[in-house]
Design a protein around this ligand. Structure first.
Ligand code: PMP
Length: 359
């Protein structure tokens, strides 16, 4: 077996022990004579898996019974649309904070549904920072306030979150379960699963139950949160495979000591890379230091040719997926929860060597 160091932004590296368990269980799940993928989503076996997945996640994140936990299709992008459909009611407006590519996509979907106030936009500094929280001015009676906690492409994150009167909603696709957060500060949290939570094509949604009641009857049943709540996530056939892998990943996260332990480890991994980036002007880290993501680290080199050379030579050395997003270029190392410390050591050693030869 030849596992490389995978710096992909998502789908992304998963814990090896999870992949190995899934491999062992693929063909004959726990002596049932069939694969989990071949089983009814209403059968006993899957019922136990989806319940354990939810319980694990509630434990890891500290989610109370005031919130529903849903596994929905369509990834985070479908949530960009479902949020305004359910909550941006006629005669109201929603506040959005624009920190980059993903917040922009959320705003675009919301504008189709209703009035949107972009109360802060990071365009002036090329989306390399998040707002000073004290300076934010929210709209009175906003239906909700939306932000993206970690911009996967830019490589920036909110170090802390604003206190709002209106329900606060966060797209946590690229930093969910990577750091301890107080769920009660939010009315809703959602994430595409394919970074810290498993395979692509599924969104994990944490929603304060009372908010689901607000949805107008003009919205199609499928796109109403409340449709998916009575029998959680079983209104239609869920992605049973993604729920299963999510369950294994939450088992793994608990074994690691929970989110606080994972956060500590993530901070050490990110600090090791930023230390190299800060040590020489050869490297040009992108994010404003106070907003540096610990999941997606972005930097530039003097020229695009040098960046291409870096990415190609890194790939040849078994460090894959370091090319920046096609919309912004540069270099990006995505180092999610499952990314191993040995991969960080390999990257930093490669970087130091590359700087010596090309500086
Ligand atoms: N939000 C963020 C922060 C993301 O990183 C992504 C995907 N990279 C999305 C939303 C969209 O997720 P999906 O592709 O699952 O719809």
């Amino acid at each position: 077996m030849n596992r490389i160091y995978n710096f992909s932004s998502g789908p992304a590296v998963l814990p090896l022990t999870v992949l190995e368990q899934a491999q062992r269980e693929l063909v004959d799940f726990e002596g049932s004579g069939m694969s989990l993928m071949e089983m009814s989503h209403r059968g006993k076996i899957f019922d136990a898996i989806i319940k354990a997945a939810e319980t694990n996640f509630r434990t890891l994140m500290g989610i109370s019974d005031d919130y529903a936990v849903l596994f929905l299709p369509g990834g985070a992008s479908q949530q960009f649309a479902m949020i305004p459909l359910n909550l941006l009611l006629p005669g109201t407006s929603a506040d959005y904070i624009n920190t980059g590519s993903w917040a922009t996509k959320a705003i675009k979907e919301a504008k189709i549904v209703g009035d949107v106030n972009v109360i802060w936009d990071g365009k002036a500094d090329n989306y390399m920072s998040t707002p000073d929280l004290a300076g934010l001015r929210f709209t009175a009676n906003a239906a909700y306030v939306h932000l993206c906690s970690n911009e996967t492409i830019g490589g920036i994150r909110f170090p802390e979150f604003p206190k709002t009167d209106a329900p606060l909603i966060a797209d946590m696709s690229s930093d969910i379960m990577s750091r301890v957060i107080d769920v009660n500060q939010f009315a809703m949290i959602y994430a595409g699963a394919q970074k810290n939570l498993g395979p692509s094509g599924m969104a994990v949604v944490v929603l304060r139950k009372d908010l689901a009641e607000r949805c107008p009857d003009t919205v199609n049943y499928f796109f109403r949160y409340k449709t998916h709540m009575p029998e959680p996530s079983l209104y239609n056939t869920p992605n049973t495979w993604a729920v299963y892998i999510f369950k294994l990943i939450t088992d793994w996260a608990i074994e690691q000591g929970g989110v606080a332990a994972i956060q500590k480890w993530n901070e050490e991994k990110a600090a090791a890379v930023y230390r190299v980036l800060d040590a020489s002007p050869f490297w040009k880290p992108c994010a404003n230091p106070a907003n540096r993501s610990i999941m997606n680290i972005t930097w530039r080199l003097e020229t695009e040719e040098l960046e291409k050379k870096f990415v190609a030579e890194a790939a040849a050395a078994g460090l894959d997926g370091l090319k920046g997003h096609r919309s912004v270029g540069g270099i990006r190392a995505s180092i999610y929860n499952a990314f191993p410390m040995e991969g960080i050591t390999a990257l930093t050693a490669f970087m130091e060597d590359f700087a010596k030869k090309n500086g």
